[in-house]
Ligand binder design. Structure first.
Ligand code: CO
Length: 141
């Protein structure tokens, strides 16, 4: 295989990795997603001061986020806006390249450089002011 072909075979394309939903009580909501919608549960570590329940919907996850500390982003979100969709995460082939493109396009970044996210992958958040009011997380495969 040529190196160009290998590079091409590693490309998977941008797709939705997970949707982060802020909840007040995981125990109250997990049964709906697991039993009623039938999404299998995927164990995930806490991140950013929130406990996370992962539920697989095909190749994407629903991540239910419950604040564990009062100063966590999820606690602030729920206090201000109530429970609901908090962010959408896209997997991208090249996180550094995508952040560079965002910068070049004048997209405001929350994370100037990638950091480790809930699934142990490199992630970065974009500011909602640049994305139609939606908090977007970018993640590497
Ligand atoms: Co996320």
């Amino acid at each position: 295989m040529t190196s160009a072909a290998m590079t091409e075979s590693l490309r998977r394309g941008t797709r939705i990795a997970h949707i982060g939903i802020a909840v007040r009580d995981l125990d109250e909501l997990v049964p709906f997603y697991r039993e009623v919608l039938g999404l299998p549960e995927v164990p995930l570590d806490d991140a950013d001061g929130a406990a996370i329940a992962g539920l697989a919907a095909g190749d994407s996850l629903v991540e239910l986020l419950e604040a564990r500390t009062d100063d966590s982003p999820i606690a602030k979100f729920v206090a201000k806006r109530g429970p609901g969709i908090h962010h959408v995460c896209f997997n991208v082939d090249d996180l550094d390249g995508t952040l560079e493109k965002c910068r070049a396009a004048g997209v405001r970044l929350i994370d100037e450089t990638p950091r480790l996210g809930a699934e142990g992958k490199r992630i970065a958040f974009l500011h909602p002011s640049a994305t139609g009011g939606v908090l977007i997380e970018l993640s590497e495969y």
